[in-house]
Design a protein around this ligand. Structure first.
Ligand code: ADE
Length: 237
């Protein structure tokens, strides 16, 4: 594997990985985007990490599927990676056995907020995008595996919950399905690693629990992403 592209939404999630790998800033990914690229090597493999950047008007991290998709499009065009990884945080479910700081590897990608009740468009809405299969590494790294379900809201309405259940998903996040669609257009293999900040069916509101656990979950994410990269680049899978 010559080149791995990592797409991340939040600076706080990305910092531990950038620091650990001592990645160098390459500047803006594109003149018209706020996304920032960082570059380095692990073993003999080039690693490019892209943060989707701060929103031009609101100054906050550009979370959600649209900035993630556009950054991925731009980065695949520029770097032509062998593999794209979406690394970040997620909500999960205590009644499905999840704990704060668990890190999940994707098995497939779906949407839970694209409800289009017209024949065939219903399936298009859900997406059902393929994940590159690294399930043989989960025991060695200490990962769990799950269907990753994406939507553009941090909270969850009852309809989202029903579709997440229909999706047989454990992981609720805000970027992966958008990235998966772009990766599919380029036929570039794509996988996600997602670390749990909040339990959607727990006692606290998602936003409160998210902020409490962001640092802990980002550290856990870093450990697992580094272990994953080490294995991929050493064994040349
Ligand atoms: N990222 C972290 N927690 C999340 C949640 N509960 N929903 C969507 N994205 C998240």
């Amino acid at each position: 594997m010559n080149h791995i592209l990592i797409i991340m939404a939040m600076e706080a999630e990305a910092k531990p990985i950038i620091n650990h790998l001592d990645l160098n800033p390459l500047g803006k990914l594109d003149d018209n985007l706020q996304s920032l690229a960082f570059s380095g090597k692990i073993n003999e493999t080039r690693i490019t990490l892209v943060i989707n950047g701060k929103d031009k008007r609101f100054g906050v991290d550009s979370i959600g599927t649209v900035p993630a998709s556009i950054a991925t499009f731009s980065a695949i065009k520029r770097f032509n990676p062998d593999l794209v990884i979406s690394a970040g945080t997620c909500g999960a479910f205590k009644n499905k056995g999840s704990k704060i700081g668990d890190v999940y590897l994707s098995t497939v990608f779906k949407n839970h907020d694209r409800r289009i009740s017209i024949p065939e468009f219903d399936k298009y809405g859900i997406g059902n995008y393929q994940s590159a299969n690294f399930e043989h590494l989960i025991d060695e790294i200490g990962l769990k595996k799950a269907v990753v379900s994406s939507g553009n809201s941090l909270d969850m309405c009852d309809t989202d919950m029903d579709i997440i259940n229909e999706n047989e998903s454990v992981v609720k996040e805000m970027e992966a399905a958008g990235i998966a669609w772009v990766a599919e257009q380029f036929s570039t293999p794509f996988v996600a690693l997602k670390s749990v900040t909040d339990l959607v069916d727990g006692e606290l509101e998602a936003h409160e629990e998210f902020l409490i656990n962001l640092e802990k979950a980002s550290k856990a994410l870093k450990e697992k992403v580094i272990a994953f990269l080490e294995l991929l680049t050493k064994k040349d899978i």
